[in-house]
Design a binder for this molecule. Structure first.
Ligand SMILES: Cc1cc2nc3c(=O)[nH]c(=O)nc-3n(C[C@H](O)[C@H](O)[C@H](O)COP(=O)(O)O)c2cc1C
Length: 200
């Protein structure tokens, strides 16, 4: 499985969390990392043909970003507006991304308990991230469970370091697609009549 990570941080050099993740991902096998801020330059201009070719060469597409005002930094929106074109990602013939997997990798400043009804951010990350989910679904991709690390504005170096293996395990987990996991669980039940009897 080949994974493409598109990183949208306004200044990865000044980042703590996303830079650590970006560096770890850059060292990982079968992962391609791209710093969109560097690639898009000051005017956020992308070579659409080159971006399409990269997307087509990968199976799992990841958007990585720090949560900014309940969304992503603007370079990601510029990339989406330019690259997810009619006839490529949607509309007639726009099925080029169909069947690929899509995953969000997000750091937030706010703590986990703030992202709940009644918490100070009131809504869950699943609710805030719906525009990305629907973008993936419209393009025919499988939306995988996002990886979100909370409370990262005040994270210690040790906490950031500790998040890396967890994040890498999530991003490279072949069973994030629920269909893949279900198929394995079904097979296990088929091979274990006692267990199958217990759950039926
Ligand atoms: C302009 C701006 C907007 C932010 N908006 C949010 C937000 O809406 N929710 C949140 O939890 N954190 C917010 N934060 C905090 C960042 O998400 C946090 O500092 C970041 O995830 C840390 O990652 P980094 O070390 O890679 O920069 C914001 C930070 C900035 C600078």
């Amino acid at each position: 499985m080949k994974t493409l990570v598109l990183t949208a941080h306004p200044n990865l050099g000044k980042s703590r969390v996303n830079r650590a993740w970006f560096e770890a991902l850059s060292d990982a096998e079968t992962v391609t990392t791209r710093d969109l801020t560097v690639i898009g330059g000051e005017t956020f201009q992308f070579d659409v043909q080159a971006e399409h070719e990269l997307l087509l060469a990968h199976d799992r597409i990841v958007f990585q970003f720090p949560f900014y005002w309940y969304s992503a930094p603007p370079v990601l929106k510029a990339w989406m507006d330019q690259v997810l074109t009619y006839g490529f990602a949607y509309g007639p013939g726009g099925d080029k991304l169909a069947g690929r997997e899509f995953l969000l990798l997000v750091s937030t400043g706010g703590p986990a308990d703030s992202y709940h009804a009644g918490g100070y951010n009131n809504f869950s990350m699943a609710e805030f991230l719906k525009p990305y989910q629907q973008t993936a679904l419209l393009a025919g991709m499988t939306y995988l469970r996002p990886y979100v690390a909370h409370g990262m504005a005040v994270a210690t170096e040790a906490q950031i370091e500790a998040s890396i293996p967890d994040m890498l395990a999530h991003l490279t987990d072949p069973e994030l697609d629920p269909k893949v996991k279900q198929a394995r669980l079904l097979k296990e039940l088929e091979n274990d009549p006692a267990k199958a009897a217990a759950v039926s």
